[in-house]
Design a protein around this ligand. Structure first.
Ligand code: FRU
Length: 507
């Protein structure tokens, strides 16, 4: 039961998309067309928990300010509309276009209900729009790809243009088998099997919402790699839902991973930290990328929640938000391509610097910043030279009875431990953590210092903390539910806590 309280309204994010009312989960059908970014999403139009799955819809010109649109593709008696993708069918290969205008085509999973002759199956279906995403028509030849499977879902489709030819490629999952399956098509309607990938690396949960895209390494178009994204739940690095990725090659038929650590289905927890993770926090799931984005940018969005407790987070009629949109790139690190991520920054255009500090040795304990540096919705940029032994970092969203130490009152603590070489985000005392037993948690990621320095960019919104460390080499995304008055920011130094190089707080 959800009680609607005034108190909970305060969590509606300023810079993260949430439906005006009711539930959302995975981002779907992310596509750019004619100056507009479309964000479709798993949506229950009739309640604030999962159910009646349909594609909700929001649009934006800048990936920051979203306008909610009517439900795009609604469930009916025979099928729920599960996750999938959308493409601009530039050459009208599908024939859905009219009057020379390319159609938008959505490729979604039909989760067949008992009233359907295909009850119990999941198969891939099409819907199309000839008015730039405003209205959608289901294709009357659905489903277009049926493996007679109960767990075949989440198709991500892209146009492949390479040595093997030019055609549509679909990546989808056999979720229980921990397998990504690839198909090709000339017209989006008839599909031919190409290959499978998996199980590999993290397999301690079902595989969902895959993606596959090519990126230049260090911006060099002659040296590219393919990134295969595989979300899984549970079995993520921080517990519950999480997103892993593989870096490798794709020849138009088969993806070959260069980053597979172990093969097979044996869960080996000790190797988890060696796998590629899109995020090391608890709340970045079902992340997939936009198609058709200009200038070859690869932009991703994740559902900022976790299936472990997702249905229990505080709600006042809406529940769950999307992450900030992230641009992902590949850069060389230690002779290998590494994934780096940067958020599309809400503060870049509209933000004002509220407070800044330059180089100084940090005194032991917590140094609270002045009131003008506090807030619920902030960007904090900080650079540290951590000491040889100790903890250095920031105390965020602090309020209540907090003192000079690292405990007391409400607080979310982001700290770098020099001995462990590890960055941790501790939300165990972040505010309302009691709504689910799995919610209080400490996230951790090994982060090598660069020139002895730790660089952090942190986005705070009313119910979230997103951390980008070392230029986005590692990210941690967590929901938090503090009191509206818990807005203080502090600098933390314990033991040989080290030096602050610079700090800037923008609001
Ligand atoms: C992932 C997921 C998908 C599925 C959708 C249903 O969060 O389980 O695999 O298509 O959610 O809402």
């Amino acid at each position: 039961m959800n009680t609607i309280t005034q108190l909970d309204c305060r969590f509606r994010p300023k810079w993260h998309y949430a439906a005006e009312r009711n539930w959302l989960n995975d981002p779907n059908g992310l596509v750019y067309s004619n100056g507009t970014y479309h964000l479709f999403y798993q949506h229950n139009p009739h309640g604030d928990v999962w159910g009646n799955m349909s594609w909700g819809h929001a649009t934006s010109a800048d990936l920051l300010n979203w306008e909610e649109q009517p439900v795009a593709i609604a469930c009916d008696d025979e099928e729920a509309i599960f996750s999938g993708s959308a493409v601009v069918d530039v050459h009208n290969t599908s024939g859905f276009g009219a009057g020379g205008v390319p159609p938008l085509v959505a490729i979604y999973t039909s989760a067949y209900a008992p009233a359907s002759p295909l009850a119990g199956r999941q198969a891939q279906s099409l819907a199309y729009s000839t008015d730039d995403g405003a209205t959608w028509t289901k294709y009357d030849g659905n489903p277009v790809l049926d493996r007679a499977s109960a767990d075949f879902r989440d198709p991500k489709v892209f146009w492949y243009d390479g040595d093997a030819g030019s055609y549509w490629v679909m990546v989808a999952v056999e979720a229980l088998d921990r397998e990504v399956v690839l198909y090709k098509s000339a017209d989006l309607k008839s599909w031919e099997y190409l290959s499978s990938f998996g199980p590999a690396n993290a397999t301690d949960g079902v595989w969902e919402c895959p993606d596959l895209f090519e990126l230049p390494v260090d911006g060099d178009a002659q040296n590219t790699r393919w990134v295969l994204v595989v979300n899984l739940s549970p079995g993520g690095i921080a517990g519950g839902s999480g997103g892993q990725y593989f870096i490798g090659t794709f020849d138009g038929v088969e993806f070959r991973s260069e980053t597979t650590v172990t093969e097979g289905l044996q869960p080996d927890g000790s190797r988890m930290a060696e796998y590629g993770w899109l995020d090391w926090g608890r709340d970045y799931y079902a992340a997939v990328s936009f198609s058709n984005v200009p200038a070859g940018r690869r932009l991703m969005v994740g559902w900022m929640n976790n299936w472990q407790y997702g249905a229990s987070t505080p709600s006042d009629g809406w529940r769950s938000a999307m992450s900030l949109v992230r641009e992902v790139r590949l850069v060389s690190r230690g002779g290998r391509p590494a994934l780096v991520q940067a958020a599309v920054d809400p503060f870049a255009a509209a933000g004002m610097e509220l407070f800044a500090l330059d180089r100084r040795r940090l005194p032991e304990g917590v140094t609270w910043l002045p009131a003008e540096a506090s807030g619920e919705v902030l960007r904090i940029d900080a650079e540290f030279e951590p000491g040889a032994a100790g903890r250095t970092g920031l105390v965020l969203r602090a309020g209540g009875d907090f003192g000079a130490g690292a405990s007391g009152g409400e607080r979310t603590v982001l700290a770098y431990d020099s001995v462990a070489g590890e960055l941790t985000l501790d939300r165990t005392a972040s505010g309302n953590v009691g709504f689910h037993e799995t919610f209080p948690s400490v996230e951790r990621v090994a982060v090598p210092l660069e020139d002895g320095r730790l660089r952090l960019r942190i986005f705070l919104d009313r119910c979230s903390v997103e951390v980008f460390a070392q230029g986005g080499l590692a990210t941690i995304t967590d929901q938090v539910f503090p009191a509206g008055s818990s807005t203080a920011v502090g600098l933390l130094a314990e033991g040989d806590g080290g030096t602050l190089v610079n700090l800037s707080v923008t609001g």
